[in-house]
Design a protein around this ligand. Sequence first.
Ligand code: CDP
Length: 226
Amino acid sequence: MNQYQIAIDGPAASGKSTVAKLVAKKLGACYVNTGSMYRAVALAALNAGINPASEPDKIAASLASWNIESVPDGEGSTSVVLNGVPIPAAALRTPEVSNAASDVAKIPAVRAYMLELQRACRSLGLIIMEGRDIGTVVLPDATAKFFVTASPEERARRRLAQTGEVAEGATLASVAAEIARRDFQDSHRAIAPLKPAEDAETIVTDGMTPEQVADRIITTFEQKRK
Ligand code: CDP
């Protein structure tokens, strides 16, 4: 089994996914988006009429009946399957689900469930795993760790450009506020908060192309793997 892993963490809309996918493509590795797994729990909760912010106990109690799997999609990535049914990517990326994902991500039972699911992805071989706590908690022994970020303005611009991911009539200011609120919640929670691992390389991606960021990640990874 290939024991190499690349961990990429960072705040919302920092461009992590684009870069992680590119790195996976260039290395022939498997890309794993852990945010999608939290989003799947959020969607299951919303579909069940549970309020993710005020009813954490109901979510913890329902977890055993929601079978969430991360399945290789045959194209170098994984897709999330809920109770045997693949969830369309667009259903996971709505603004309602983004906010609910940050709410469910605070629940200890949800994080314990995810830890197991995400660590099991090591069996996929060389993986590029992206999230908030990959370098700090999920894969503390990853070969190379990165904290990919960008200025709040740049991140708001990037998110606003992603059709379907922002509310109708959203503005740069409203998107920036929504991202700031979610990052604050993600950085201040008790378990596995968003923060760079001590041994992570921080990359501020303002003014960089995804290609440049991916190449920098690969250069560091190749050095560390030796
Ligand atoms: O794509 P974007 O950066 O907006 O978000 P995402 O990576 O899909 O993550 C959605 C939410 O899931 C985050 O705001 C976190 O609350 C949570 N999450 C987490 O707690 N830990 C992870 N490893 C990944 C995501």
